[in-house]
Design a protein around this ligand. Structure first.
Ligand code: RET
Length: 253
């Protein structure tokens, strides 16, 4: 098990290093957007190593949740290395690279709501499927609009509908009710904090869409820095909340 973990971490580091080495242009010292890509990449790497290593400190029913937190930051780490290279070479980060990341990491993050609930009580698997489908509607709608396959406003509306549905499920739907009734204090606190991230932290992405596609353009520098900072909170802090709940529960709190 230990060797496997070390191997997985080494693999991540190698992929990162080789992506970095592939760049033929160096990061300019005054390129703050490029520097923010680097900082977030390293944050993601550190978070990944942390979550995987912390497996040892949580009880069996919590390992899956902490593992998935590590997968999310690990996948984002590799995407960030790649996006940083694209930025440094071209001065542009086509949003499609972000969508590739979101398409994998966002469903994984939402599945966490199901995973942390099932770590403390029996829950209906319908929660899992409904949240998953909501996330796909949100992302596919946004992508089709942003990439120009459908009208941008229509794509936006479909995306918002998916997001609103997810919010409904985790606030007042079965997932929200199951958390409230769990009688587990750490879980209730963590569930509430994760829900705030999905409401407030995630609002940054549709705002970026509005400014970028509906109101006629936003500065690429600003948009990238904002997305980078948002991802830092929405992926790393999100994982840390799950981890701290896992640790508290594993110690019987
Ligand atoms: C780590 C990356 C995360 C948490 C990305 C989240 C992305 C969203 C919440 C995107 C939402 C969108 C809408 C709600 C409306 C349509 C456009 C999107 C896809 C940007």
């Amino acid at each position: 098990m230990k060797t496997l973990k070390t191997l997985a971490l080494a693999m991540f580091a190698l992929i990162g290093a080789s992506t970095a080495a592939n760049a033929t242009t160096f990061l300019a010292t005054d390129d703050f957007v490029g520097i923010s890509f680097w900082l977030i990449s390293m944050g993601m790497l550190a978070a990944t190593a942390f979550f995987f290593m912390e497996q040892a400190n949580v009880s069996a029913q919590w390992r899956k949740s902490v593992n998935v937190a590590g997968l999310v930051t690990g996948i984002a780490f590799i995407h960030y290395m790649y996006m940083r290279a694209v930025w440094v070479e071209t001065g542009d980060t086509p949003t499609v690279y972000r969508y590739i990341d979101w398409l994998i990491t966002v469903p994984l993050q939402l599945v966490e709501f199901y995973l942390i609930l099932s770590a403390v009580r029996k829950v209906d698997s319908g929660i899992f499927w409904r949240i998953l489908i909501g996330s796909l509607v949100m992302l596919i709608g946004g992508y089709l609009g942003e990439a120009g396959f459908i009208n941008p406003a229509l794509g936006f509306i479909i995306g918002i509908a998916g997001w609103v549905y997810i919010l409904y499920e985790i606030f007042s739907g079965e997932a929200g009710k199951a958390a409230a009734k769990s009688g587990n204090k750490s879980l209730v606190v963590a569930f509430g904090a994760l829900r705030m991230i999905v409401t407030v932290g995630w609002a940054i992405y549709p705002l970026g869409y509005v400014f970028g596609y509906l109101t006629g353009g936003i500065d690429a520098n600003a948009l990238n820095v904002i997305y980078n900072l948002a991802d830092f909170v929405n992926k790393i802090a999100f994982g840390l909340i799950i981890w701290s709940c896992a640790v508290a529960n594993s110690r019987g709190r």
